[in-house]
Ligand binder design. Structure first.
Ligand SMILES: *Cc1c(COP(=O)(O)O)cnc(C)c1O
Length: 363
């Protein structure tokens, strides 16, 4: 069986270093907001060429705290993609705000940047672009709409650590970039974790307070905050994995290249990577016609696959009713044809070729 994702090759690459670093943390006795979190925050900021970054407990919390710190308030509208994981929409609702969904583009599966202008109202406070599957949205277009209307931009970079446009990494375009270290992500930890990148010193200070019970100085609480800290063990491991991240992303891009070549000329849609874009393939997602039959046939040949995402966010039970009149035809269509193939650093050429042969046999 070729699995969808396998964390073991990555672990084997860093196991010795991670074990030594974890032991050092355990022996230090300092587990919360210690030297590893501090160093990792600087390293993540440097990686992105931004002034600061803040470690938090998850990607979901990164989005929530970034929206709060950016001033998103009850009644505000946040424009985002309906074709994503639920976390961004949860974060919007945590703030008492409401999502406004832009339809997506069929080729990139990102929200259609050219539709944003038409969705702005006087209640719009922010845009939350999601760099889906590891491909950046057109951030120049997003930023131009945002600047024109004075909106904040909170990038959901959970699937795209290391993705770039003309060399500039996602998470460095908007007011804040939000990352997840869930184990399957491009920079995966050994548990949950998240991070916010920003050039805005005030925003960074607010997120630092919010993640730590609303306090800057211990036992002086200025606002109602949260317990949402990245822990030292995760930070110690992530510091090591960050040094290997470009290598891991190159491995994903190598597999993607093999797929793109091996699957060309078939009756299916392959992922695109526009001029100047650097895709990091958090997922390798194609679009096929008879998806259920396609997946069953792959499964018979020992190839795992997954559907991200079968139910768009405007059709989820949790949002039902609120979006009944909303028409998002491209998103609805893509949610019925999308299917993700195995993708992980350390996947062998033989495994990739097995996937290619199976897809060619069944499509
Ligand atoms: C994984 C993910 C998140 C949430 O990250 P967690 O660390 O699991 O909370 C948010 N947005 C997207 C697009 C994701 O894929």
């Amino acid at each position: 069986m070729v699995p969808l994702f396998d964390p073991k090759p990555q672990h084997e690459r860093v196991a010795g270093e991670v074990e030594a670093a974890s032991r050092a943390v355990m022996e230090s006795g300092q587990f919360i907001l210690g030297p590893n979190v501090q160093a990792f925050e600087k390293e993540v900021a440097d990686y992105h060429g931004v002034n600061d970054s803040i470690g938090v407990a998850s990607g979901t919390d990164a989005l929530h705290l970034a929206l709060l710190a950016a001033g998103v308030m009850p009644g505000d509208e946040v424009i985002t993609s309906p074709f994503s994981f639920i976390a961004g929409v949860e974060a919007i609702y945590y703030c008492g705000a409401v999502p406004v969904f832009a339809d997506i583009r069929e080729d990139t599966m990102n929200m259609d940047e050219s539709s944003l202008e038409g969705l702005v109202t006087e209640r719009t406070r922010a845009i939350m672009p999601v760099h889906i599957f590891g491909l950046s949205c057109d951030m120049h277009q997003v930023m131009s709409v945002a600047r024109h209307h004075g909106l904040k931009v909170i990038e959901d970079c959970a699937q795209a650590f290391g993705a770039r446009i003309d060399g500039q990494p996602v998470g460095s375009f908007g007011d804040a970039g939000c990352f997840s270290f869930f184990p399957t992500k491009n920079l995966g930890g050994y548990g949950d974790g998240g991070q916010v990148t920003t050039n805005d010193a005030e925003l960074a200070a607010r997120i630092r307070m919010l993640r730590n019970h609303g306090s800057e100085q211990r036992y002086y609480h200025d606002v109602i905050g949260f317990n949402s800290r990245l822990d030292e063990l995760q930070a110690a491991a992530l510091r090591i994995k960050l040094r290997h991240l470009d290598e891991f992303n190159a491995a994903r891009r190598y597999i993607a290249g093999r797929y793109l070549e091996g699957l060309s000329g078939l009756d299916l849609k392959l992922p695109v990577e526009g001029e100047g874009y650097h895709h990091v393939y958090g997922q390798f997602t194609i679009q096929v016609k008879d998806r259920d039959a396609f997946r069953a046939a792959l499964n018979e040949r020992g190839i795992a696959s997954a559907i991200y995402y079968p139910i768009p966010l405007h059709r989820q039970k949790v949002t039902e009713g609120r979006f009944r009149g909303v028409r998002l035809p491209v998103c609805d269509a893509v949610s019925e044809t999308c299917v993700s193939l195995p993708m992980f650093p350390g996947m062998s050429d033989a495994q990739a070729d097995e996937v290619i042969a199976a897809v060619r046999a069944v499509v």
